[in-house]
Design a protein around this ligand. Structure first.
Ligand SMILES: [Ca+2]
Ligand SMILES: [Ca+2]
Length: 139
């Protein structure tokens, strides 16, 4: 993936995940691994960061309701990101709160009736999909 490297000082650096390769130049190509490996660069204190302000997009790829155990549903999902890469997901069932989850994710002991699940991806720079993927189903 191509990242828009703009080596710059970022005094509000939020964490290690958004650090870039020590030798990164504008226009360089890098992977999320490169970003991870950059932690510990001699100039780490300077806070070189990936300039990625574009949130990732989330897709629910599948929703399966098996016959047993009763009341369970399994979701599979994925994310895409034009910058640092989608690295984490949060899931939400009905009126609950978003909580960290990975694909596939299974909910159990659901009551009969209508339900809604939402999934949102988060990228390596901390941007969150503002429009979570949503799927409604009936138990
Ligand atoms: Ca991004
Ligand atoms: Ca979205």
């Amino acid at each position: 993936m191509k990242l828009g490297w703009h080596p710059s000082i970022d005094s509000t650096d939020a964490g290690a995940a958004d650090r870039v390769n020590c030798g990164a130049q504008a226009g360089d190509t890098a992977t999320v691994d490169d970003v991870d490996q950059a932690v510990g660069c001699p100039d780490e204190g300077a806070g070189l960061t990936v300039l990625d302000t574009t949130p990732p997009e989330t897709t629910i790829d599948g929703l399966t309701i098996p016959k047993t155990p009763k009341g369970s549903v399994t979701l599979s999902f994925s994310g895409s990101d034009s910058g640092a890469g989608a690295v984490a997901f949060e899931c939400k069932l009905d009126g609950g709160a978003f909580a960290p989850c990975g694909s596939p994710h299974t909910y159990t002991k659901l009551k009969r009736g209508d339900h809604t699940v939402q999934v949102r991806a988060k990228d390596a720079a901390g941007n969150v999909d503002p429009t979570p993927a949503m799927r409604a189903f009936t138990m």
